[in-house]
Ligand binder design. Sequence first.
Ligand code: FAD
Length: 487
Amino acid sequence: MSTSLIIIGGGIAGLAAGCYARMNGFDTEILEMHRLPGGLCTAWKRQGYTFDLCIHWLTGSGPGSSLYKVWEELGIVQGRTFLDLDCYTAVPLKSGDWFRIFTDPDRLREEMLRIAPGEGPFIDEFTRDLARMRRLYIPVDPGIRDLMRMLPALPLFRKYALPVSELATRIRDQDFRELFVNAFDWHDQSAIFPMMMMAMMAKGEAGYPQGGSLPVVRALESRFLSLGGSVRYGSCVEKILVENDRAVGVRLEGGTELRSGLVLSAADGHSTIFGWLDGRYAGDRVDYYYRSLRPFPPLVFVSLGVAGDYTREPGSFVLCPDPPELIAGKEVSRVIVRNHADDPSLAPPGKTVFSLMVEADWSYWRQFTYPSEEYAREKERAGKQAVEMLSKVFPDIASRVEVIDVATPLTFYRYTGNWQGSYQGWLWTRETANLKIPQVLRGLKNFAMAGHWTAPGGGLPGAAISARNAVKILCKMEKRPFRTTRL
Ligand SMILES: Cc1cc2nc3c(=O)[nH]c(=O)nc-3n(C[C@H](O)[C@H](O)[C@H](O)COP(=O)(O)OP(=O)(O)OC[C@H]3O[C@@H](n4cnc5c(N)ncnc54)[C@H](O)[C@@H]3O)c2cc1C
């Protein structure tokens, strides 16, 4: 008889875990508190525009990547068109021109030398290492051969484990140093992060899926359903039931109890461990992670529907207010902007969607009540500030804006339950780069975890691979071989 499995959360990790669980014969039901699958990987419509929250790039989108086989197993790459951007980002220059961060190391070298001809030695070394990084291959199921293949890249991992701001201290020209930090830094993570992304983009292995996040999520949901799984939407878990140190099911808000042989949580890590299990199985190590590691901060995410054609402008760029701008109680010096002009399916003809990722402060936003007039005013103010910032680069944009939509840290929390409104789990830093977060809790049987809180650096690959690993763990518990199938 097949073992029953309840999965908490229908985000990418929950849906992926569901697919692998069905491939391995578990009788699987996903419980998702919302009416939609996808969690953070989502989009919504406003007045003819589609505002996409998530996918800037899908790592593993090209067949050369080992991750590609995972996406094939999950049925999300087949028949999909990916757009390979030739620029990682761009930074506006005072001259009105752009400093474009090409993913191709030779083009980037040329561009950097154009901006800072006196920084040849630094630029040569950086772009040479970037070219080397293109040889990097990160295996999903590493065997000895894979490990041998990875060896030449290991020194680069050590060399660039430092934060971007620290790497930039090697640049003498102050203006270029600032530009470099603005281009590559994101929450003070290791420099290896942008470098790896650029290397993968240059190889065609981190493309943007045309249509954005929702079609990808729908494909994953339909793969799960076609494998024979079921999803119960509108089901919010409030407790994991435990008997004799074994997970035996869950209790939903409203009191309904559902029993199962196994439980897998693919929802927020903090709620799972300290809420639904009352912290009883946290142990010192996990406790330390949640007290000491830095999560991705929450965001104010501003989406704009603009009546205008911006196809000639960079697909992604950063705004760097100088002096920093106070937005919702936080001094903001760097905002990531995505210009979606390259995906015409998101806007009516001749119009464009822009999205701005503004780092925010959880303690500031949590003081607001939702819904309330005060909160609505704060959101409106943040939206207007975003438009003003964008006007510095596109002076006439304010008059073209048709729709402003603002999601705050409270929105992220309300829709996905992520701890402190975080949008991607743990940051990738020197401390977390090689950290393996356990996917089981010591002392608790018949239970496993998946999702970005178990995979530092987060993102869709972290969610999917952790889901695959979690099902491997369950197979081991059940003493059965782990199997995968492809569409
Ligand atoms: C602005 C932005 C840009 C991003 N860009 C990229 C990108 O370009 N590439 C990339 O790889 N990643 C990107 N990410 C990150 C990526 O979206 C996440 O890391 C990933 O989607 C996490 O998936 P998950 O399944 O682990 O968690 P989540 O998406 O948080 O899913 C958890 C699910 O559990 C459900 N849940 C929570 N509590 C309960 C409960 N009590 N009962 C039932 N269900 C519950 C939630 O509703 C949710 O559906 C981006 C994220 C954001 C916000």
